[in-house]
Design a protein around this ligand. Sequence first.
Ligand code: AMP
Length: 109
Amino acid sequence: MYDINNVFARIIKGEIPATIIYENEYAMAFKDINPKAKHHVLLIPKKPFTHLTDFMKNSNSTEISDFFSTIPIITKQLGIKNYKILSNNGEKAGQEVPHFHIHIISNDD
Ligand code: AMP
């Protein structure tokens, strides 16, 4: 069950602040509050999906394609070429915030 009061849901609603670096109809990217590298951005869909499995099973192809297409837009905006993406799928995999997100992490300048 999706928790409508999770921190990313509240960022989407504008209830708590975030350093948003990219946004479109379907997705939003903002700086991780506790960065693990020089660049650490979180990319989230605006619709309520709990984790990657939920997103892939319950969103449509436009939403999926738009979501993943934003990655090169964001990395270009950040000026990074070397990066890794990570998504913790489920609490036991280390997922702390129950709204699907991808970490974009880079130590490029
Ligand atoms: P995960 O463990 O994959 O669920 O990652 C959750 C990430 O969200 C962590 O890297 C946190 O530092 C980050 N985080 C938690 N609260 C906020 C917030 N208010 N703004 C930005 N990032 C956050």
